[in-house]
Design a protein around this ligand. Structure first.
Ligand SMILES: [Zn+2]
Length: 381
């Protein structure tokens, strides 16, 4: 397979199983990507990531560009060498963090001006500068700079974000040159199907123009602007049509979603990739995913419970430690508690997507979805 080629291994209803080729090996979908914000999935070593079956690890351009700086990452030989992770990696553009973290962000047609949360330094990002930073960091997949509209927002505001994001998509695609890295375009449009379809039409026109001029095409497509505070049912009113309006022959990545039931349903609508800080962030707060729903390890009922965290789980935490011990670690704020729960929670989502892929390969995804929706876990997510 050539670099950034997609093979459709199987389909089951709208669900797909893909294999995608990168310079750091191939990955298979459906799949969940652990988030390594500052070039580390908090508390988890690269060996553990491999053992968990993580296929792509995400890193944040906003944070890395400020600490330690994209040039330092490049000096180390790129993000893979810097953090010693040998598998495929993806960087977001950091645009989402600019809007969510900065007190004052100035948006104009040409880019973003904001202050660093680290030292207050004034920073200017144009689409071209953002591509340059992501090329320095050197993940396998870069994301275009875009504007994610908040929810709720007026339709006029969302339409303007679609227009701006499309203009920046073109500038990112024109500026992006690194041959061992691909660029994903991002669909915006909030909860408005017509704006979503317009966003997709713009992206397709941009890449047609680029390809006709001898340039590159997008390696895949992010679906942004969901999971921004709306009810999940609101997202599912449009998600399926949006996913299936994207080109068949490339991955569709629903950004920032980590709820297990949402993942299973979104795969059924034709989505292939997911990322979220949820499994590791909730682990650090003492909460575990499980086959029976959420478990808060601070709960007194686990104090004398010497059984595994989740009887159905095959992760190393569940094979080796009891609920009583994990509760003790969480209560004492021991770092091992956060680590062991992070291992378990990441395993939960990675394994859920591995089983989803199996169901697609067996052409039984509908059954898999029905079984999940009838499960005890689905009642709690
Ligand atoms: Zn487990």
């Amino acid at each position: 397979m050539a670099l950034f080629d997609t093979t459709i291994d199987a389909r089951s209803g709208h669900a797909r199983a893909l294999t995608y080729e990168t310079a750091h090996g191939s990955f298979q979908t459906p799949m969940f990507m652990p988030v390594g914000t500052s070039a580390t999935v908090k508390g988890i070593t690269p060996d553990q990531l491999h053992a968990l079956g993580a296929q792509v690890v995400l890193a944040n351009t906003y944070h890395l560009s400020m600490r330690p700086g994209a040039k330092l990452v490049a000096e180390a030989g790129g993000i893979h060498k810097f953090m010693n992770y040998s598998g495929p990696m993806l960087t977001d553009s950091g645009g989402f963090q600019v809007f969510s973290l900065a007190d004052t962000v100035k948006l104009d047609d040409d880019g973003l001006t904001f202050r660093s949360i680290y030292d207050g330094a004034k920073i200017r990002w144009t689409p071209e500068e953002n591509m340059h930073i992501q090329e320095l960091i050197g993940a396998d997949i870069a994301m275009q700079l875009d504007q994610c509209a908040p929810y709720p927002a007026t339709k006029q505001f969302v339409a303007r974000a679609v227009d701006l994001s499309a203009n920046w998509a073109k500038r990112c695609l024109d500026a992006h040159k690194r041959p061992d890295q691909t660029l994903f375009g991002i669909v915006q449009g909030g909860m408005h199907l017509d704006l979503r379809l317009e966003s997709i039409a713009r992206l397709r026109a941009i890449e047609d123009e680029s390809v006709n001029a001898g340039g590159r095409r997008f390696g895949g497509f992010g679906i942004g602007g969901y999971s921004v505070g709306e009810d999940h049912e609101v997202m599912f009113e449009t998600l399926g049509e949006v996913a299936r309006a994207l080109p068949e022959d490339r991955p569709r990545y629903l950004m920032g979603v980590g709820n297990p039931t949402t993942l299973v349903r979104a795969v059924g609508e034709g989505v292939d990739m997911f990322d979220c800080v949820l499994p590791t962030r909730t682990a650090r707060m003492g909460t575990a995913f499980s086959s029976t729903g959420r478990m808060n390890l601070r709960n007194a009922k686990y104090a004398h419970d010497f059984t595994p965290l989740d009887h159905e789980c095959t992760c190393s935490t569940c094979q080796n430690f009891t609920r009583a011990y994990l509760r003790h670690l969480v209560k004492q704020n021991e770092m091992l508690g956060a680590i062991l729960l992070s291992v378990h929670n990441l395993h939960f989502l990675i394994d859920l997507m591995r089983r989803a892929r199996e169901a697609v390969l067996n052409d039984s995804y509908d059954q898999f979805l029905q079984n999940w929706m009838a499960s005890e876990a689905a009642q709690d997510y």
